[in-house]
Design a protein around this ligand. Structure first.
Ligand SMILES: Nc1nc2c(c(=O)[nH]1)N[C@H]1C(S)=C(S)[C@@H](COP(=O)(O)OP(=O)(O)OC[C@H]3O[C@@H](n4cnc5c(=O)[nH]c(N)nc54)[C@H](O)[C@@H]3O)O[C@H]1N2
Ligand SMILES: Nc1nc2c(c(=O)[nH]1)N[C@H]1C(S)=C(S)[C@@H](COP(=O)(O)OP(=O)(O)OC[C@H]3O[C@@H](n4cnc5c(=O)[nH]c(N)nc54)[C@H](O)[C@@H]3O)O[C@H]1N2
Ligand SMILES: [Mo]
Length: 771
């Protein structure tokens, strides 16, 4: 195939041979066929390591393989034979590297040596680990206040490393914990507790086998948590209805072939997934959910009139909930015409969905970034909880809420202390167990930490994994702010943009990866993670580390702590030698969750942390599950005139967040390019745009800042009118830092108000190759 941009709409089922081929190809391309295949056999097995790609749990069934195409990609790019050390950095200045694409940076391979930025030559030069820790210690000690440092975490970090990191940072004296979760499922972590008393999902894997209806709202399962497709395929084969709500008809939500089902693959068989595909407008989910609730109230009234069994679970509502009358009044006051206009869905379809929901005595609602990344993302989640509560879908088999988490340990990191708003109970425990007085004042989340950099109050940034600068909004402003810092530290496996946009001093510290053996004084260590269903499991690497100069994240945290707090009475060094000692401390700080941690994690394949709503216990201010309201139907503040479009920034099939594996997006038919926008044909016509033309995008905002991007190729796509989509992180310069969910601070990356016009200068209609 040529390397020119191509657009070739995909009409086959997702999964199947395409996925199997892609798996083999990526292992070959990264030269890890033998090593990679061996590692894949150990992935997600009790004696092996947890897949670094997503947070979907392992099913409790014996299967020889438990991985997916995108897990294989993540592994292949982690286990790659390509390495970059001192010679690589000697050959390229940082300015040169900055001009390269994210894809190129990722392709260079694993980092193998600690590096320090040398401003005189604009190169990263090798340094020793001791020099690196000393530099960090000096900078942190020199600050006027610990609150001038920002300590970022990305969700791949293990429980053990995250726990120690949170102890170190608090012993140093701040709660500044910007976390990838702040850009992701924070509306779940902060919003959902107001409804049901916990910011986690209430569903366990076994519930998928017992459910009578599944909703998937704003989540691209086939790409971002492909192992979940197995549960969907099984459910559909049993005849369970599946309702998908999405502005994009994502291929795997329509038809899917299990890549591990050889008969289906050979016979081109496939399973239809969504029994009802709701082609919602971007930002139309609250309207949709209110429409489904309205149907329920109407059906319930009709049933009562006819003397038939009730549709609402009145017993559950009476015994377990608060605020029912207010919700009822709100829904009754909402007009169908408005619901239809805002959701973009026909009343008839919403009523059909309502009937599916009413007929199911156990429903699961799953959701992803299409729900959370809106200006009122938290309140949309409240509507999901409301809908579930109306039929008592908490605390019974086959039912509940299922936020599909992103990073493999993003949920666990929060549980063990990565939290800018720590609870007083936790801080008291920390004080008791470690004997220091932790700071009580709340710290910065992601948006606040960027603001502190812009304001010049932040001086030091330490990134425990991730690619902060590329994941956050307002890219150019963020770059400038980051460049003014005294010190930036990237603790990472691969080179990324975050290492190139750096402070006056800068360090790149390479780590042992999840798939690699972590050998310490007391022998090979294992770490633990908590998946999206609150199961805690062990992860043991099986491959040899990419270089002898790598260190574990745990060692790096402990040595940073010692260099910064030389007089600390905490025995940091002991934790490096034996990770059991860390788990003992976790058990002491969280006795309700982790008592007997070391014994329990060894005795079984893992254990589940308690989720009180499963027992209909509600840890809320009212002691009940709360029906909560959203004002009106718009989850994003209306701004701009009739030419405003809502832009959703999404992932392609071949990327992992800011890591770009290839420039293809197979299921959406896009090849060799990422600078595209998916657009409804009517919206294109209105703007005199045709397929393959290049367009300019401009954010509509009232803050007086101009945000524009040029040269994005327009692709006609089945999008609802007024809704367009394109890829993150390329489109992040259009996302204002101030455009976020008020309850959680999560940037509204799925609803940027924009104007689109034909590009002023670019050559037109020639860029796209005929497919
Ligand atoms: N292979 C792979 N796996 C991943 C990741 C990855 O990048 N690559 N990232 C990981 C991470 S950190 C996360 S958080 C998850 C992300 O996984 P997802 O939650 O699936 O995230 P996105 O791809 O951003 O897009 C979500 C979906 O929301 C839809 N959508 C957009 N706007 C709206 C809306 O207003 N309403 C509704 N109902 N839908 C909307 C989009 O069309 C898209 O299908 O995946 C994790 N797993
Ligand atoms: N516009 C827009 N912006 C978004 C989103 C969106 O949908 N739209 N999504 C948001 C979401 S959901 C998220 S979660 C964030 C993601 O934000 P981040 O989590 O910060 O970004 P990643 O791209 O996942 O980070 C990749 C880097 O992590 C490092 N890494 C990989 N494995 C390891 C490891 O085992 N240890 C260590 N120490 N480092 C490792 C590698 O160096 C790699 O380059 O982006 C957010 N930003
Ligand atoms: Mo995420």
């Amino acid at each position: 195939m040529s390397d020119k941009p191509q657009y070739k709409p995909y009409t086959h089922p997702a999964g199947g041979w395409g996925a199997a081929n892609a798996t083999a190809r990526v292992l070959m391309e990264q030269s890890v066929l033998a090593k990679g295949s061996r590692a894949l056999l150990a992935m997600n097995h009790p004696d092996g390591f947890k897949c670094p790609s997503c947070a979907w749990p392992d099913p409790d069934r014996e299967k020889t393989l438990e991985f997916c195409e995108n897990g294989a990609k993540a592994l292949a790019f982690e286990a790659t034979k390509r390495h970059i050390g001192a010679e690589f950095f000697a050959a390229h200045t940082v300015t040169e590297l900055m001009a390269r694409s994210d894809h190129w940076l990722e392709e260079q391979g694993r980092l193998t040596h600690p590096m320090r930025y040398d401003a005189a030559t604009d190169h990263y030069v090798p340094c020793t680990w001791d020099e690196a820790y000393a530099l960090i210690g000096q900078h942190l000690q020199a600050l006027d206040s610990p609150d001038q440092a920002e300590f970022y975490t990305s969700g791949r970090t293990s429980n053990e490393a995250a726990f120690l990191y949170s102890v170190f940072v608090r012993a140093y004296g701040t709660n500044n914990f910007p976390d990838c979760s702040n850009m992701c499922h924070e509306p779940t972590s902060r919003g959902l507790p107001l409804s049901i008393g916990i910011g986690k999902g209430t569903v366990r894997m076994e519930d998928f086998g017992k459910t009578e209806a599944i909703f998937i709202i704003g989540q691209n399962t086939g790409t971002n948590s492909p192992r979940m497709m197995t549960e969907l395929v099984h459910a559909r084969k049993r005849g369970t209805p599946i309702v998908a709500v999405n502005p994009m008809p994502e291929r795997a939500l329509i038809r899917f072939t299990e890549p591990q089902d050889p008969i289906k693959m050979a016979t081109f068989g496939s399973t239809p997934i969504a029994s009802e595909f709701c082609h919602v407008r971007i930002g139309g989910d609250a309207a949709f959910l209110k429409g489904v609730m309205k149907t329920l109230f109407e059906l319930d009234a009709e049933a009562a009139a006819r003397g038939e069994p009730a549709v609402l679970d009145h017993a559950f509502i009476a015994e377990h909930t608060f605020g029912f009358e207010a919700l009822k009044a709100d829904i009754e006051a909402t007009q169908w015409a408005d619901i239809v206009a805002v959701s973009g869905l026909a009343e008839e379809q919403i009523r059909r969905v309502g009937a599916i929901y009413a007929a199911s005595s156990a429903t699961i609602i799953c959701f992803g970034m299409g729900v959370t990344q809106h200006q009122q993302g938290s309140r949309v989640i409240h509507q999901i909880a409301n809908l579930l509560m109306l039929r008592g879908n908490f605390g019974k088999p086959g039912a509940g809420i299922c936020p599909v988490r992103g990073h493999s340990n993003v949920q666990g990191d929060r549980t063990v202390g990565i939290d800018e708003k720590p609870s007083p109970v936790y801080l008291d425990r920390l004080q008791e167990v470690f004997g220091f007085n932790p700071p009580r004042e709340h710290g910065h989340h992601v948006v606040e930490s960027v603001q502190a950099m812009i304001d010049g109050t932040a001086k030091v940034f330490i990134g425990m994994g991730g690619n902060f600068i590329h994941a956050i909004p307002d890219t150019p402003v963020a770059y400038a702010a980051m460049s003014r810092l005294n010190l930036t530290v990237g603790i990472a496996t691969k080179l990324n943009r975050g290492h190139l946009v750096h402070g006056r001093d800068a360090l790149i510290l390479p780590v042992i990866a999840r798939s690699e053996i972590d050998h310490q004084k007391t022998g090979p260590q294992f770490v633990t993670i908590e998946d999206a269903m609150s199961n805690v499991t062990a992860s043991r690497g099986v491959l040899h580390p990419a270089s002898p100069d790598l260190r574990s994240e745990i060692e790096i945290v402990c040595r940073m702590a010692r260099a910064t707090l030389p007089d600390s009475s905490i025995a940091w060094e002991s934790f490096i030698d034996d990770y059991d000692l860390i788990r003992d401390r976790i058990a002491q700080v969280y006795p309700d969750l982790y008592a007997g941690f070391n014994t329990r994690i060894r005795a079984t394949k893992g254990f589940a942390l308690p989720v009180p709503p499963r027992e209909r216990r509600w840890n809320t201010l009212t002691g009940r599950a709360n029906f909560l309201l959203i004002d009106g139907l718009d989850e994003d503040t209306p701004i701009g005139g009739p030419d405003m479009l809502r832009l959703s920034t999404i992932r392609s099939h071949d990327q992992y967040n800011t890591t770009i594996y290839t420039n293809n997006d197979r299921y959406r038919g896009v090849y060799n390019t990422r600078t595209v926008i998916f657009m409804n044909e009517e919206d294109m016509r209105e703007r005199n745009l045709s397929e393959g033309m290049l367009a300019d995008l401009e954010t509509i905002s009232d803050d007086g800042v101009e945000r524009r991007l040029s040269g994005f190729m327009v692709l006609p796509y089945p999008m609802p009118r007024g809704s367009i989509a394109g890829y993150y992180p390329e489109l992040n310069p259009l996302l204002p830092l101030s455009h976020f969910d008020q309850i959680s601070g999560t940037p509204a990356a799925k609803s940027i108000p924009v104007r689109v016009h034909a590009a002023a200068t670019a050559p037109q209609a020639e860029a796209l190759q005929p497919a």
